[in-house]
Design a protein around this ligand. Sequence first.
Ligand code: SAH
Length: 735
Amino acid sequence: MHEIGDKGVFVKEIEQELLEKRVDIGVHSMKDMPPKPAEGLMFTKAWEREDPRDVLILREEQSFSDLPGGAVIGTGSRRREVQLKKLRPDIKVVNIRGNIDTRIRKMNEEGLDGIVLAAAGLHRLGMQDRIACYLEAGEMISAPAQGVLALEIRKGEKELLQMLDALGDDETANAVEAERGFLQEIDGDCHVPVGAVCERNKDGVFSLKAMFGDEEGRRQAYAFVSGSEPRELAKRAAVIIRRQMAGMVSLVGAGPGDPGLITVKGLHAIQEADCIVYDRLASPDLLAEAKLGCEKIYVGKESHHHTLPQEEINRLLVRKSMQYEKTVRLKGGDAYVFGRGGEECLFLRECGVPFEVIPGITSAVAGPAYAGIPITHRGKSLGFHVVTAHDKNDALADIDFHALANGTETCVFLMGLSKTGEIAERLMDEGMSPQTDAAVISCATTPSQKTCISDLMHISEDARRAGLVSPALIVVGEVVSLRDELNFFEQRPLFGKKYLIPKIGEQPTMLRGLLLAQGAGVDEIQVGQIMQMQTDFADGVLDADWLVFTSKNGVESFFEAFLKRGGDLRSLAGVKIAAIGAKTAQFLQQCGLRADLTPDEFHSSALADCLRAQLTGGEKVVYLRAKNADDHLRRNLEDVCRFTEIAVYENQPIKPDLASFCPIENYDGVLFTCASSAGRLLETLGDAWEKAKAVYSIGPRTTAYLKKHGVKEVCQAECATYEGLVDAVVTSETL
Ligand code: SAH
């Protein structure tokens, strides 16, 4: 059993008996108990403790310092292990488990030079004569509350509590408070080494020695503090430890919604983070930037529904800082604009955790801009107020409406949608003209942005009718009138439209980026994944006259396999290369190979025609393809060359998870970039397929597939590229 946190089997079983009232008092070793007792249970005041020290039992009669270098000591505890190594870097520590007898037996049987145990256990069993030496707190800090019995009872058992408490020992109780207080403060899990031991000297001053180490055993920190308040000591020791051990917490402003609106510095922080703690307003695209293995924790706040209370978020950040080198706290807009970033930073500081703030673009400024409203404008507004409409108790905040109503500055209200009417009324009461321009902007800077323009008198009613939803901003002031001319965002060709793209792999597609740039909303549904094939094809390609690539995946998988098997690009010097399109050619170039042939039109018939024109007969043409690719190229080329195919990757089907997508008829269209994804989506949708509003295809082969499977109307790109496909959508939507 580990020393802390990890409740041993016995602990759980005893607690269960207690809760089911089969027993009234549970007796444990306090050092085995997690930082907090189980729900409904409590510990009584501690009785006088046994010796808190750790001791060494040695196989041969000698002292610890006489042990030769390379001596082997057994322990099951990380805490003992790291401290032993600090005392004697020259000895070896091995893992040993079991009760005292088992360990002593193992020591003898396995020829260990010694083992470390708790003095208390040996004393209680009358085995003190086995002890070779006691390790003092200056050498080895014991587990918190080592040597203390834990008496656990049900909460509310007053009489029992009184009886047991009467036997309690003040000295021990104080020590337990300091030692276990430290354990709670430092909040480590059972995998990390933690130690704490508190003593009182002759003058009545407590001194607490504490240690904490990382999971890998690479770093440890120690704290020695003294004072008169055990709990206070625990806190101070934890701060001293965190100052040495805690990683950086970066509060990063995620921007208002458009994932492009993040700072370069913020993006770097996300990419390097070991852990990201984020809320509702942070865009999923930004999370996709995180590195592999980054822990992502959602602590989102929806209005009236706080997923995690602020205090818990604060503590979570501190805990994660002890676990990771880099933690990012990602917050919508700017962390300090009504984001409670200040509170989080104050708490981190208090706990001794280093932090930094990477400001973000606040929705208060970016939202109006994306709605065509400059927040200041010469002659119309000399400045702006950004105010929150809600106070702590969800009532209208105590805003100086008189000042707002009588100034010439633009007023921006956050968190105010449900209070739009009240706000307008208060402004008018204080003398603002009912004809003053006003706007409500919902989901600003995202494809779902909606703006309602009105005047102060009618804004509340109009916004309600327009069905605007949270998050939303209210903007009041003359600058609103500039929207007619400055509304760039909502006027992009595909604004307000939404498309579905079946995709292969997890990464967002380039096609999606192109559609977003035109203002569209995009959902992607994964229908496949790329698996590289373990083929050994080195010989097959070295004597080829042509290598043919029809996708970026083909290039990528080829190079992976080629280089992994010790291939050398120079051996391809005499080989010509054909690429189906510009993107494939571009990717080849990045890998250090220039394509000799790229057809003008990017589809396999064009590629076959082009290649045919170059072949004189008998050349060896090697097609590096997907395992399940069709035989179109083969059929078109095998009569004029020695056509060889090597499957370098497989496009494996994934059953699309339709549940997370709204019904197909809610999309303005579905876009297909290959026949295989078309097949998989058609199959999943079944008859619902007929409700699709529009179907777009990248080229003739995908179109042919769709038609063959009963899709009547397909709009095909003129040029078989992603850009061509988006052009087809724009053309058909703006006709
Ligand atoms: N720190 C954030 C604000 C957090 S308070 C920032 O700097 O933007 C939350 C409020 O911000 C919401 O109630 C809403 O008024 C506003 N808000 C945030 N993102 C928004 C968006 N994309 N569109 C409209 N309002 C938004």
